[in-house]
Write a protein of this length. Sequence first.
Length: 87
Amino acid sequence: MVYVYKKDDRETTENMIKRFTRRMQQSGVLMHVRKNRFDVPKKSKTARRAEALYKNRMRKEVDKLKKLGRFDDDAFKELKKKIKRDN
């Protein structure tokens, strides 16, 4: 954390802001935050496995519905609810 205090009563607010900005740049805090801003934490092995199983099951069910000619948006929503409920 970067702290800046007024040096004396005569120091202007603008000078204090300039000192703060300089210290922030020198500390590297902004670079670190900007670099890691979009980092997404890795999923655990069980979460990845569960996601893969869900996708495979959805693919099979969607293919089945397409072959039967019953696939539309409502059927897809119902299928999602059914698979989520079963897990």
